[in-house]
Design a protein around this ligand. Structure first.
Ligand code: NDP
Length: 305
């Protein structure tokens, strides 16, 4: 499998940063295998063909420790970076460091897209948009009116839960391994809970009264390792309408293999990755993102057709 090979930059590189153009970056730890630089630089090159102002725009990759995030965000601002994507584990950590965030960032407790303003960083979260767009594109499912069984209570699940409730999904069940993070998520979703309050459950004990025809969304990280088990035995719940796994590497998790064996519509998280990135780029450039170019770049970096 081919992967993005450019080594990440570090805090030391940032301390001595000088780049004459407009800089964007993804910031995470680990971040070495992020596909974002490939996707965004391909998109910027495409935009530059018709709009010369994008010729000096570049997207970089920074490996930053959680403890260094406050210093790094201050430096990114001083060094005039135009925008940042945040990935694991910074999405939640950054929320308290923002100069401004849209209200949904506060509810989701996670930001994945930062835009520079005069006083600091303005945060938003494009993961929910990426999920909703991927579901429409890959599974022909609109979140509005869909009953959703969401697995996980981490950063990605939080953004997904907010999107489901904002789009008035028919019902939302959220299952998680640890009761503490599930309970924290349920509390933070409270402002969005009317008219359909979400219901939480222990991942190992799905509710007995689930209807058939749910959309199952995996937002746990169980599946990232090729030998990982499925977070939910699909044969133990009423027949779902479809299964979406946010994981895209490996492309077929145990959950998706079981969905395929049961003859259920299913998709991995690659389209979500592409669409959350496309929306970030639109926020920074004010231009429609060349989604097909970003998609080809992601497939090239992954070595998939
Ligand atoms: P977090 O670390 O914030 O959350 C991890 C979640 O997975 C928690 O709910 C955690 O449960 C659960 N979990 C971890 N290990 C296990 C296990 N062994 N059994 C059951 N549950 C487990 O990660 P994120 O929310 O940021 O990411 C979650 C997944 O979504 C990752 O695989 C990530 O790659 C993917 N993702 C994909 C995106 C895309 O664009 N396609 C975008 C963002 C994320 P607990 O609370 O009990 O620890």
């Amino acid at each position: 499998m081919s992967v993005a090979t450019e080594p990440p930059l570090t805090l030391a590189d940032l301390e001595h940063w000088s780049f004459a153009g407009t800089a964007l970056a993804v910031v995470g730890r680990p971040v070495a295998h992020s596909l974002s630089p490939e996707m965004h630089n391909a998109a910027l090159a495409q935009l530059a063909q018709t709009q010369p102002r994008f010729r000096d725009w570049r997207y970089f990759k920074f490996d930053i420790a959680p403890a260094d995030l406050p210093r790094a965000l201050q430096l990114f601002h001083e060094k005039k970076f135009h925008g940042l994507n945040l990935t694991v584990p910074h999405k939640a950590l950054a929320v308290e460091l923002l100069a401004a965030g849209d209200p949904l960032v506060r509810i989701a407790g996670a930001a994945n897209t930062l835009s520079r303003d005069a006083t600091g960083w303005r945060g938003t979260n494009t993961d929910g948009y990426g999920l909703a767009t991927a579901l429409r594109e890959e599974l022909h499912i609109a979140l509005a009116d869909a009953p959703v069984l969401l697995l996980g209570a981490g950063g990605a699940a939080r953004a997904a839960a907010v999107e489901c409730l904002q789009q008035n999904c028919a019902a939302l069940w959220i299952g998680n391994r640890s009761a503490a993070s599930l309970s924290a998520l349920m509390t933070s979703l409270h402002p969005l809970s009317s008219p359909t309050p979400p219901r939480g459950f222990d991942l190992h004990h799905p509710p007995a009264d689930l209807p058939a025809g749910c959309l199952v969304v995996n937002a746990t990280s169980l599946g990232l390792a090729p030998q990982d088990a499925t977070p939910l035995d699909l044969s133990k719940i009423p027949r779902p309408a479809a299964v979406f796994d946010m994981i895209y590497r490996p492309p077929l998790t145990a959950l998706l293999r079981q969905a395929a064996a049961l003859g259920l519509a299913h998709a991995n998280g690659l389209a979500m990755l592409i669409h959350q990135g496309a929306r970030s780029l639109e926020i920074w450039t004010g231009q429609p993102a060349p989604v097909a170019i970003m998609q080809s770049a992601a497939h090239r970096a992954l070595g998939t057709p």
